[in-house]
Design a protein around this ligand. Structure first.
Ligand SMILES: [Fe+2]
Length: 360
């Protein structure tokens, strides 16, 4: 795999040389502990039986004032997102909001471990992956799982990597994720955050006839660092994700050094594809490090580029990993778009899901 970047480049990151702009609000202070915090026990194990989950049903919560308190809080966050074009929300803030929207507290125990069954990534040796596609429809007010499709990102979308423009085939996410009401509430949260937010349009996307329709490609990703392989959450360096809104949510980590796998936001003038060690500090808008369950970053993908540092191990002699959910959301692709032929809006036939959304 000679086309991969140096496996040691992250050791020389210029953390102290960044000059933060006002958008450094994204900075998340680190504790003195070097390891990521513990997440809830793995409820999928026989020794930890939990009550059965139930799907998010906002109709059973819409008579509750706390539901609207959550909506109000989220809309306040949305105002900050509109102003700053990026927002970091800590898990300890987001979790109560998801519960107020109607999610089942039981599902807080199971979601962190959802990536335990991930499989080999089609192009990256240090990653275990799955994906799924969802429709977020603000006209019908439903979130629906869409049929499986392959995936690609192109150089024209500010994504330069050895597998740019390659059609990649990921294994599908199992139903355990889409039936988790915390995950469903995350779909609702993202819909509330992006609905009606004007962004710089991307070429080849349909912003007119499908105005209420969002395609959300969900990636369940585990990035693994071993004594012989450095896990790179963004091997592509400075890049964009080819969508309108990117949301990244932390699930759990093991043996991962706190402060590693940090996300850096860059002005659009930064060169696409360069390594984090070669970036221009003057173009850095801020950075954030996901460290706790449900820590979430949302950004306007066609207005802010991003990059990530590597997953570094606390104990370099052992494997370390970082589990994330990545929500790529954009308008449907037109026929000439690189994804135009792999952007079906048909529901998934064998793993259907439909959840009602609340749209103010
Ligand atoms: Fe990305």
């Amino acid at each position: 795999m000679t086309s991969l970047r140096s496996l040691t480049r992250a050791s020389t990151l210029p953390f102290t040389s960044f000059r933060f702009s006002p958008l450094a609000y994204l900075y998340r202070p680190h504790s003195t502990s070097s390891a990521a915090p513990q997440c809830p026990p793995d409820a999928s194990q026989p020794s930890n039986p939990l009550p059965k989950s139930s799907s998010l049903n906002i109709n059973t919560h819409k008579q509750n004032p706390s539901f609207y308190a959550a909506i109000s809080h989220i809309l306040t966050l949305r105002q900050k997102y509109i102003r700053d074009r990026a927002l970091f929300i800590e898990g300890k803030t987001l979790a109560p909001l998801l519960l107020q929207l109607g999610a089942n507290p039981t599902d807080l125990q199971t979601l962190p471990h959802i990536n335990n069954t991930n499989t080999s990534d089609p192009t990256l040796p240090f990653r275990k992956s799955r994906n799924a596609r969802f429709s977020l429809n603000t006209t019908t007010r439903t979130a629906t799982r869409l049929e499986h499709q392959p995936f690609t990102l192109s150089t024209t979308e500010d994504f330069i990597r050895h597998d740019s423009d390659t059609i990649r085939h990921f294994d599908e996410v199992a139903p355990a994720l889409q039936t988790n009401s915390i995950f469903q509430a995350l779909l609702l949260f993202k819909t509330l955050m992006i609905h009606g937010v004007h962004t710089t349009p991307r070429p080849g996307l349909n912003y007119t006839s499908h105005a209420g329709h969002w395609v959300c490609t969900l990636f369940a990703l585990r990035t693994v660092t071993t004594p012989s392989l450095l896990g790179e959450p963004a091997l592509e360096g400075v890049h964009a994700d080819g969508v309108d809104h990117t949301m990244t949510t932390f699930l759990k980590a093991d043996n991962m050094a706190r402060g590693s796998a940090a996300t850096f936001l860059h002005e659009m003038d930064e060169e696409t594809g360069i390594e984090l060690g070669r970036i221009s500090p003057g173009y850095v808008r801020g950075w954030a490090a996901h460290a706790a369950f449900l820590d979430t970053l949302l950004l306007v993908d066609h207005e802010v580029k991003h990059s990530l540092s590597a997953v570094r191990a606390v104990d370099a002699g052992k494997e370390a990993y970082r589990d994330m959910l990545i929500f790529f959301t954009r308008r449907p692709a037109l026929g000439a778009h690189v994804s135009g032929a792999i952007d079906s809006l048909r529901p998934h036939r064998t793993m259907p899901m439909e959840v009602q959304l609340f749209v103010p």
